[in-house]
Every structure is written in C-alpha cells, then in structure tokens.
Design a binder for this molecule. Structure first.
Ligand SMILES: [Zn+2]
Length: 201
C-alpha cells in the first residue's frame, strides 16, 4: 500500500508528541501505556500506534507503527500489545480518531480498589454518577478488546479494573486531555476523601 510520506510523517510526529506529553506529566511510566490515531488514506483507514516494549517518553517518528483497520502492519516495528483493543474501538466508533490508554497512578489506584471515580457535572453526555468500569480482562486479550469497545459505545472514558484507564476522542489530543482530566478528578476525589477522614484541619 502506498501512503504519502508527508502524511505519514505528520501523523507519526503527532503520536510522538502526545506520547511525550503524557510521559512528562507522569501519566505513563516505564514501558506502560499506548496511544494511537486514525487517519484516512486512498486505501482506507490507517492507524498510527505506539510500538510495543518502548517507553512513551523516548519515541522517534520512525518508531511509530502503521497498521490498516484489520491489523495488517504496513511499516517497520511491532505495534502495542493493545492493538486489538484500539482497532475494535475504531471499528465500533466511526467518530473516534484518537485513543489514549494509561496506568496513571490515581485513576489506576481507583481501578485496583472497590471505590469508583465520580463523574463531574457535565462530564460527557452521560449523567450516571460514576465513570464506567469494566471488569478485569487480561491486557492484550481478545476479550478486553471486545468488551472495551462495547463499553465505549456511549462513553468517552473507561476504567479497566485492576489495570488502568482508556479515553477516546475525535482526535488524539482530545483523548490525551481526557486521560489527564480523569487522573486529575481521581486525585481530587482521593485528596478530599483523605481530608474528610481527618478531624485535625
Ligand atoms: Zn495497559
């Protein structure tokens, strides 16, 4: 498949820049987390995704892996182990062109507990009191891909129990802002809970 070099370079740069943004804000660490974006080509949709087993803080444009919507790899390198989850979401949500998945500490702390992250007023289209949770499925599994895309049919964010969070947007920047925002509301909820426990202040 022929993809214009110019387009490819722009998309790869955006994935590198957003990955770095998430790493610098400590929303991802080590080799955890992955992001992707979708763009159109003459031959259909192309997904630019972060590679497996590399830190998001230290990527170069040549590290970004291009795949088609069926997961066929069109460039060098190996895509994130969560590729199937990204593809399933893109197939289900035609309006989504960016996905960010992190294990940010406060939101993931909630994911590993019985407590749920409260939904702030006017957060998304849904009025349920808490962000949607998905019961644990093994990272990288077919079941996780299937259940995550179903749960995101109406939602923009999803808490993956005992794992992390995922956010989607009409572009990658929007998805990245959303994982940052979810981390922030989880942190605020945690701090207010701790303060309410104390009689000292
Ligand atoms: Zn993960």
């Amino acid at each position: 498949m022929q993809i214009s070099c110019g387009i490819m370079k722009n998309q790869a740069k955006e994935v590198v820049d957003i990955s770095k943004y998430l790493y610098e804000r400590k929303l991802v660490s080590g080799k955890a987390g992955n992001v992707s974006l979708r763009f159109k080509s003459e031959n259909g949709d192309i997904i630019a995704i972060t590679p497996t087993l590399k830190s998001l803080g230290n990527l170069e444009e040549k590290d970004i892996v291009l795949v088609d919507i069926d997961g066929n790899v069109l460039s060098k390198g190996n895509p994130s182990s969560e590729l199937d989850m990204h593809l399933a979401i893109y197939k289900k949500r035609k309006d989504v062109n960016g996905i960010a998945h992190t294990h940010s500490p406060f939101a993931t702390g909630f994911a590993f507990s019985e407590k749920r992250i409260k939904r702030h007023d006017r957060f998304g289209k849904i009025s349920a009191p808490y962000l949607e949770d998905l019961e644990y499925e093994a990272p990288g599994s077919e079941n996780l891909a299937k259940k995550a895309c179903e749960a995101l049919e109406e939602e923009e964010t999803l808490v993956l129990k005992d794992h992390g969070i995922i956010a989607i947007g009409k572009n990658l920047e929007e998805a990245a802002e959303l994982v940052e925002f979810v981390e922030d509301i989880a942190k605020t909820q945690f701090i207010s809970y701790m303060l309410n426990l104390s009689d000292e202040l």
